[in-house]
Design a protein around this ligand. Structure first.
Ligand code: DX5
Ligand code: ZN
Length: 225
């Protein structure tokens, strides 16, 4: 399995976004996780397509755009045009999930579906062949810097075993409260795309942090397979 580390720019210094992008890329980021919030699906507001386009202009690694917005289907074209490489929509945010994830692929992007901590895995059961990634939220979405919800480890395990049985090549992304010291737990459970915001941007040396995360991922992965 391939493992990816995706720093969440939500915890970056927005006044120095281009510098922060360069710094985490030099530090070894595989993807840049970009959190889009609408103040409706989640109680917080962040950025829209123009800022995603600005990040795209200075980024060299793919942009992994996490849409925490109601009716995400209304904005898929705009975010695709802005330069998203992966577009993830929440199952709770649209009544027509299959149409939304299929549209993302039609736009030539990788499609992802996200679940809040309390949403059952059955919500994605019938779209698994339409997605490249399932994002399991490991905190309630809306803010960086929250504590990992330990019950989510079992949810990751269950999804990984379901995916293995169906032999579908779907990544499992985890997002929320992941740091160098607990990344092994989610990797052992079966996650392979690791988002970390405050766990990276809240440290002084991004390079050292990402290297130690990667080492912990490697160790955990070798005991998993
Ligand atoms: C939360 C966002 C996350 C957030 C994670 O709603 O989806 O991507 O930035 O931040 P940390 O890693 O600090 O929990
Ligand atoms: Zn996110």
């Amino acid at each position: 399995m391939d493992y990816y580390i995706a720093p969440s720019l939500l915890s970056a210094d927005f006044g120095r976004l281009a510098e922060e992008v360069r710094a985490v890329e030099e530090a070894g980021a595989d993807l840049l996780h970009v959190d889009v919030m609408d103040g409706r699906f989640v109680p917080n507001l962040t950025i829209g397509p123009p800022v995603v386009a600005a990040i795209k202009r200075c980024a060299t690694v793919p942009l992994d755009v996490h849409l925490m917005i109601l009716e995400p289907e209304r904005y898929l074209e705009a975010f695709a045009e802005a330069g998203a490489d992966v577009l993830t929509v929440h199952a709770e945010a649209t009544p027509h999930l299959q149409r939304a994830v299929a549209r993302i692929r039609e736009l030539g992007k990788k499609s992802g579906v996200a679940l809040n901590p309390s949403t059952s895995l059955s919500a994605v059961e019938w779209v698994l062949s339409d997605v490249d990634m399932v994002l399991l939220m490991t905190v309630n979405p809306g803010f960086g810097g929250q504590a990992y919800l330990p019950a989510m480890t079992g949810k990751v395990e269950l999804l990984r075993s379901q995916l293995s049985r169906s032999a579908l090549p779907v990544d499992i992304q985890v997002d929320g409260g992941i740091k160098a010291d607990n990344v092994a737990e989610v990797v052992r459970a079966g996650a392979n795309v690791i988002v970390s915001g405050s766990g990276i941007f809240g440290t002084k040396d991004y390079g050292k942090t990402i290297a130690s995360m990667r080492q912990n991922i490697r160790k955990a992965a070798s005991t998993t397979a």
